[in-house]
Ligand binder design. Sequence first.
Ligand code: NAP
Ligand code: ZN
Ligand code: ZN
Length: 350
Amino acid sequence: MTTVSAYAATSATAPLTETTITRREVGPHDVAFDIHFAGICHSDIHTVKGEWGDVAYPLVPGHEIAGVVTEIGSEVTKFKIGDRVGVGCFVDSCRECAQCRAGEEQYCTNPGMVGTYNGIGRDGERTQGGYSGAIVVDENYVLHIPDSITLDAAAPLLCAGITMYSPLRHWNAGPGTQVAVIGLGGLGHMAVKLAHAMGATVTVLSQSLKKMEDGLRLGADEYYATSDPATFETLSGTFDLILNTVSANLDLNAYLELLTVDGTLVELGMPEHPMTVGAPVLVSGRRSLAGSLIGGIAETQEMLDFCAEHDVRPEIEVITPDYINDAYQRVLASDVRYRFVIDTATLRRK
Ligand code: NAP
Ligand code: ZN
Ligand code: ZN
């Protein structure tokens, strides 16, 4: 076992504080790596605050993890010491159910994927995430980071990037497709960049026009404020695909009206409380309301390679661990441009 420094939440309301945690011995199929950067996802905040149910504190969040391999198990074939690697939202799954065999481990049904934190691994130990100095993960759940992507920029791709890439591919975004992105935060800004790189026409639907200049620079063709009721009249029946990345409840009915006949609104945000949808807005346009969860390992690797090839990178603000609590407040205030990434140097073994 190795002891490493980490930042942990000790309750739903206390600030995160520095602590130490242990990582398991490197097993035959394991890769151990020093964490260099970890992104802050809004899911970390929902989890820490107990908005998604039970949490075992102390909890070390972080599922956008990038670093460099320091040790490999005797049976490892895909990685070597010194490789630049990443880990996203899960570190294991059953490997036997139809979803696992199809490479969609995020939808594992037996009984489900093992979350990178707040999960229970095969060894019976509670998993702890990336706001820490090092981690040990089975090689089948580790990604290769392409040479041209720096480790700080790679981190947000491992959740925000794949969470947007997967539905854009699944619903065939490309030239001629009208895509709208609700919320220009961590997920939303990746959606804009990826949809643009795939050739789709992209519209941002943000609460205000404050970030319009950024949105257009990131690749949006149009930018509208949802605080302006005229937006909903102007855009009625426009979009083939709407990606909702908002972390809070919205009136989905108003947004479903913006879909074309046969259009789909994909829910990516996971607010604490249920949202209500009336039947007429779906029925009248044969519209679909769908959801999507991150992406499988193979698709995550495909996304990383796509980002390398198409020069897609997140816009990041790199912080030190002592700024995590301030960063949380800024994310909650929609004051993130567009992903906080923790430089974990002070948490690594010296
Ligand atoms: P984020 O950086 O905080 O972005 C969310 C954006 O939503 C904000 O920047 C803001 O954009 C908008 N927003 C926030 N509060 C709002 C409100 N009250 N009304 C309207 N708009 C509001 O969060 P994130 O990290 O992108 O995560 C977004 C959501 O996705 C979270 O619920 C997270 O848990 C979930 N998530 C899901 C998956 C998945 O696999 N499905 C993966 C990762 C995260 P504007 O300022 O532009 O309006
Ligand atoms: Zn996430
Ligand atoms: Zn499975």
